[in-house]
Design a protein around this ligand. Structure first.
Ligand code: PGA
Length: 251
């Protein structure tokens, strides 16, 4: 039997001003305030973090950022340090989302440095990986994921990864309405857990949480969560509305 606590995380991407984010967070909190048997996280844009933190601080809803930079401070125009995120109230940070890899030049190496920085600052990294449609069609899914995991986690020992969360998000399923079937997702999650076991041992493999992401909605969450190696979801579009997201949280 596994004792992994499910995590349902909302990635708000580049949506919502501070006031909009506060309103959504308030409504969400009202709907999920009694949930105790799973973890919940929302990741508003940077500009809304402090305001949303005032709402969710001390509640079952955790706060995450969507990115960080690994330096403590300095002449890095436009970047945000781990210390700034913890000071703004974050407990989590999403790292290596496919949109950052696709549009903003993130590589396995920068992802590795960001995970290291999150760890050093007690932020829980939500480490995103996933294959493109072309890679899946060319039967490269497992080799792509193998490389993303090995490079992203290079140089870490199992003790460094106890809080790490992996989010498997097939790029072809993000924002497209095309969810991986629960068996497609389970196949990959099982592969990822075996890979973590090979690299870091059985104890970490059994405890690490692996989320699925890509067009998760209220109508597919139950089936996904019924899979033995799916420990939660990273939700984009369907996390923007408090009612819809609360249905996913309370699947
Ligand atoms: P989606 O996004 O739920 O809108 O597909 C998921 C994500 O990008 O994390």
């Amino acid at each position: 039997m596994t004792s992994r606590t499910a995590l349902i995380a909302g990635n708000w991407k580049m949506y919502k001003t501070g006031d909009d984010a506060v309103e959504t967070a308030r409504r969400l909190l009202d709907l999920v305030k009694d949930v105790r048997d799973r973890d919940i996280m929302i990741a508003p844009p940077f500009t809304a973090l402090s305001q949303v933190s005032q709402i969710v601080n001390g509640t079952p809803v955790g706060l995450g950022a969507q990115n960080l930079y690994w330096e403590k401070e300095g002449a890095f125009t436009g970047e945000i340090s781990p210390e700034m995120l913890t000071a703004a109230g974050c407990q989590y940070v999403i790292i290596g989302h496919s949109e950052r890899r696709q549009f903003f030049g993130e590589t396995d190496e920068t992802v590795n440095q960001k995970i290291r920085a999150a760890n050093a600052n007690s932020l829980i990294p939500v480490f995103c990986i996933g294959e493109s449609e072309q890679e899946r069609d060319s039967n490269l899914t497992f080799s792509v994921l193998d490389k993303q995991v090995q490079s992203g986690l290079q140089g870490f020992a199992s003790g460094d990864l106890e809080r790490l969360v992996i989010a498997y998000e097939p790029v072809w399923a993000i924002g497209t309405g095309k969810t991986a079937t629960s068996s497609q997702a389970q196949e990959v999650h099982s592969f990822l857990r075996s890979l973590v076991e090979k690299l870091f041992g059985e104890i970490l493999a059994q405890s690490i949480r692996i989320l699925y992401g890509g067009s998760v909605k209220p109508n597919n969450i139950v089936e996904l969560m019924g899979m033995p190696d799916i420990d939660g979801a990273l939700v984009g579009g369907a996390s923007l509305d408090a009612e819809t997201f609360s249905k996913i949280v309370c699947y």
